[in-house]
Design a protein around this ligand. Structure first.
Ligand code: NAD
Ligand code: UD1
Length: 338
């Protein structure tokens, strides 16, 4: 019988912990590797609490060939879901070598070890950032790609590496999921996103202002060519995003070569709509002011998610109200994170 075990790299992190929970619920066994650079073991303890299952965690860096080899020597994996990596755009412009090393060398090391152990199935966390500044919306997977910062370039390079690999050897089954903007938390309020320091992203910033941890939200730009002048994005509930990974694992045996899919809802919301919806849903006021645009930001970015629907049978089910309610529950129940 073939293995039912999935290796989740970066499984202690935001998307990895939610996906680990859903994999358990779908009946898979899960092994996690994570160096805990941007997370804590507590997230997995809570996944265990929610699932009633035990997670085997190896605290290691995906660049560490010996450590990773030892994990593959001990377990037979059906597939790998590869979340591990660094993800802060601003930081990537300051320490680009770290980003190239962790995100690209880390992935190359993982792929080599997979090959050595005849594990040829991988789901990779790509990003809508690979579309650069898209010429129009909604964005389909065949749009041209580009990058404006080292983080985005690591995603583009890894996508190319995975394409080259599967061209060279048809044993590979590679699914690259291009996430739009993940937000929200598990409905229990037990797991969620834990940004370190001052959040870069909109949703954690809004919830920290609402919680009184920050004075006010700075809205980056009120003069974009959008209906209310603020930037529009495709926010997707982390549970829907995690579900896309489980569906990808269910389909991966039949998907030879590379498959590239947008994972978004197909709806775009402006920053002001986000603030107002949060206020309506939670009843909590979010102080805000419009300031200068943030360098590198684009006006509009939202997905055409039809391909994911036809290939994986996946569709986002949760709406913006759910995303707001769940973010706020997580924030209130865990004011200082895990
Ligand atoms: P996260 O930081 O919460 O999770 C990443 C996990 O990987 C962390 O637990 C971290 O400790 C671990 N890690 C980092 N470097 C590692 C290394 N060298 N070896 C082992 N473990 C390592 O981030 P997330 O939001 O869960 O994102 C997961 C993936 O999805 C990342 O690859 C990210 O680039 C991608 N992604 C995220 C978003 C987003 O908005 N959150 C959007 C698009 C793509
Ligand atoms: C950012 C990254 C992108 C990454 C994604 C997910 C940049 C330029 N892009 O995307 O590469 O894949 O996060 O991690 O960093 N906003 C405010 N005030 C804030 C924060 C955000 O007005 O304090 C606005 C932004 O201008 C944007 C929207 O909110 O219009 C969403 O921002 P954010 O959550 O940072 O995501 P992206 O910029 O889409």
């Amino acid at each position: 019988m073939s293995s039912n075990k999935i290796l989740v790299t970066g499984g202690c992190g935001y998307i990895g912990s939610h996906t680990t929970l859903l994999l358990f619920e779908a009946g898979f066994d899960v092994v996690v590797v994570d160096n805990l650079a941007n997370s804590s073991k507590e997230s997995l303890r809570r996944v265990e609490q929610l699932s009633g299952k035990t997670v085997e965690l190896y605290q290691l860096d995906v660049r560490d060939n010996d450590a990773l080899t030892a994990v593959f020597a001990k377990h037979e994996f059906k597939a790998v879901i590869h979340f591990a990596g660094l993800k802060a755009v601003g930081e990537s412009t300051e320490i680009p070598l770290d980003y190239y090393d962790q995100n690209i060398s880390g992935t190359i090391n993982l792929l080599k070890v997979m090959q050595q152990f005849n594990c040829y199935q991988i789901v990779f966390s790509s990003s809508a950032t690979v579309y650069g500044d898209p010429a129009s919306v909604p964005i389909t997977e065949d749009f041209p790609t580009s990058a404006t910062n080292p983080y985005g370039r690591t995603k583009l390079f890894v996508e190319e590496i995975l394409r080259d690999l599967s061209r060279a050897d048809d044993q590979w089954h590679v699914i690259m999921l291009r996430y739009f903007n993940p937000i929200g938390a598990h409905q229990s309020g037990l797991i969620g996103e834990q940004p370190q320091g001052i959040p870069n992203n909109l949703m954690p910033f809004i919830s920290q202002v609402a919680a009184g941890k920050r004075d006010k939200l700075s809205i980056f730009g009120g003069d974009y060519s959008t209906p209310d002048g603020t930037g529009i994005r495709d926010y997707i509930h982390v549970m829907d995003l995690s579900d896309a990974h489980v569906k990808a694992i269910h389909k991966i045996d039949g998907l030879v070569g590379t498959t590239t899919l947008n994972i978004g809802t197909g709806n775009g919301y402006s920053v002001l709509e986000m603030v107002h919806t949060f206020e309506e849903v939670t009843g909590v006021f979010v102080a805000h002011e419009i300031v200068e645009r943030r360098a590198g930001d684009i006006a509009e970015c939202w997905a055409e998610p039809k391909l994911a629907s036809s290939v994986l049978g996946w569709k986002a089910k949760l709406n913006l109200n759910d995303m707001m309610t769940d973010t706020w529950r997580w924030q209130k129940d865990n004011p200082d994170g895990f």
